[in-house]
Design a protein around this ligand. Structure first.
Ligand SMILES: C[S@@+](CC[C@H](N)C(=O)[O-])C[C@H]1O[C@@H](n2cnc3c(N)ncnc32)[C@H](O)[C@@H]1O
Length: 208
């Protein structure tokens, strides 16, 4: 991992408290992602330097907003964003990373084994067909679907008192307006990602 200094600076700017071991795991994850991306097409972002901001630091912006539950689901996790960085930063959470694409979940399983992430479970499934024994306190996604579709497809997976946390780009006025009527956006936060010159928002959605 050649970008550890940039990663450390970004983590400090985000105000997240991580141990050296956790930062090393994030670096290890990035190296695996970059290596597997050469043959598995996991992400369109190919340069490790850009991956630090676009994948690691962007995913880590979720971390301060995860309190209030122990089970987190990342839907359409792809190469593991935001679920894997979140799981590394929050080993107290039990994280499920789910994707319908076998190539992506093959990578995720390998990453979980190599990084020894005991708090991560990898599921290959379309989310609408997924029926776990226990529902989730927090359900997140990045670049998965429009807000309304994300909420509708995952409704059956939300625990009582649970919340959706959707990672979005520009302020998603229209998507918020077309949320299912029995849900509402309780909070929309503008998020700054170190090294990323793009608008980012985190939308918290709750049942009415
Ligand atoms: C654009 S990628 C985003 C990946 C990752 N979250 C990120 O931000 O880099 C969207 C992912 O959603 C997955 N996906 C799309 N529809 C799905 C569904 N119904 N159930 C599960 N995964 C799905 C795709 O396989 C793909 O990996």
């Amino acid at each position: 991992m050649t970008h550890i200094a940039e990663l450390n600076r970004g983590i400090e700017q985000l105000g997240i408290d991580l141990t050296g071991g956790q930062t090393a795991l994030l670096g290890g994850y990035l190296s695996l992602l970059a290596k597997w991306n050469q043959t598995y097409n996991l992400t369109a972002v190919r340069e490790e330097a850009r991956m630090v901001s676009y994948h690691l630091l962007d995913s880590l912006t979720l971390v301060p907003h995860l309190d209030g539950g122990t089970r987190l689901l990342d839907v359409g996790s792809g190469g593991g964003m935001p679920g894997i960085p979140a799981a590394i930063a929050r080993p107290d959470l039990s994280v499920v990373v789910l994707d319908a694409n076998h190539k992506k979940t093959t990578f995720l399983r390998q990453a979980v084994i190599e990084l020894k992430l005991v708090n991560v479970e990898v599921i290959t499934s379309r989310v609408e067909l997924y029926r776990p024994d226990t529902p989730f306190d927090r359900i997140t996604s990045r670049a998965f679907a429009e807000l309304g579709e994300f909420v509708s497809l995952t409704r059956h997976l939300l625990a009582p008192g649970g919340q959706w946390l959707a990672m979005k780009g520009v302020y998603p006025y229209e998507e918020i307006a077309s949320l299912p009527e029995d849900t509402r956006a309780s909070e929309v936060l503008g998020v700054g990602v170190p090294g990323l010159d793009a608008e980012r928002h985190l939308v918290r959605v709750v049942p009415r």
